[in-house]
Write a protein that binds this ligand. Structure first.
Ligand SMILES: O=P(O)(O)OC[C@H]1O[C@H](OP(=O)(O)OP(=O)(O)O)[C@H](O)[C@@H]1O
Ligand SMILES: O=c1cc[nH]c(=O)[nH]1
Ligand SMILES: [Mg+2]
Length: 216
């Protein structure tokens, strides 16, 4: 069964040629931290473009230099971007370029190196998070543990409309997320083969947080 058949409309693979090109450079172990950060920002912008495709529009009257016309503008929808620290921070700037009025909540989470379980160490959300449409961002979806913990936290905050944008996903992680949250929509630039024994995505791109911040 193909991933399209298995995941249906709940998963969108953003596989535009420019996205695939940038992702190939991102995966390359020789790519510097500076270029890695720039690519993560750019890929986030492309993903944000897809993730906001269903935003409601309203009619506005515009006077062009030629005549008056009825045009469309995005309704004043309340949005929030929630990066999972650290690596998710790399995607915030690109998302904000697209949605400058969005609020940003932060969720600190690290994966235990042995058990691969997520540990939450920080959370700061906009006060009105429950009434916002929320886009959780993190470049990597491996076992799905971190994303599931983030989605669970946001559901407990009362968030109704949740989307998750990652850059590289393992099929196991997607399955786990879809099973844990029956409504979340997932956006990814690639679905990889799987994970190795250390739960790193294969072929993946290594440790996204370390590559963004140059910590290894
Ligand atoms: O799907 P999972 O198995 O939970 O793995 C994915 C998580 O692991 C990475 O974070 P990490 O724990 O390395 O923290 P960091 O962002 O601080 O590097 C990544 O950015 C995700 O948050
Ligand atoms: O491949 C992986 C898996 C988890 N976290 C990463 O940064 N990369
Ligand atoms: Mg990391």
């Amino acid at each position: 069964m193909s991933f399209t058949e298995e995941f249906g409309t709940r998963v969108t693979v953003v596989d535009h040629p420019m996205v695939q090109h940038k992702l190939a450079i991102l995966r390359d172990e020789g790519t510097s931290s500076k270029q890695f950060r720039e690519l993560v920002r750019e890929l986030a912008l492309f993903e944000g473009y897809e993730a906001t495709r269903d935003l409601p529009l309203e009619d506005v009257r515009v006077k062009t230099p030629i005549t008056e016309a009825t045009c469309k503008m995005v309704q004043g929808k309340k949005l929030a971007i929630v990066p999972i620290l650290r690596a998710g921070l790399g995607m915030v700037e690109g998302m904000l370029e697209l949605m400058p009025a969005a609020k940003v909540g932060h969720l600190g989470m690290y994966r235990d190196e042995t058990t691969h379980e997520p540990h939450e160490y920080y959370a700061k959300m906009p006060e009105d998070i429950a009434s916002r449409e929320v886009l959780v961002v993190d470049p990597m979806l491996a076992t799905g543990g971190s994303a599931i913990a983030a989605l669970h936290y946001l559901r407990k905050c009362g968030v109704k409309n949740l989307k998750l944008a990652v850059i590289v996903a393992a099929p196991e992680g997607i399955r786990a997320v879809l099973a844990a949250d029956p409504e979340v929509q997932v956006f990814t630039c690639a679905i990889d083969q799987g994970m190795n024994e250390a739960c790193y995505i294969v072929p993946g791109l290594g440790d996204a947080g370390d590559r963004i911040f140059g910590t290894k």
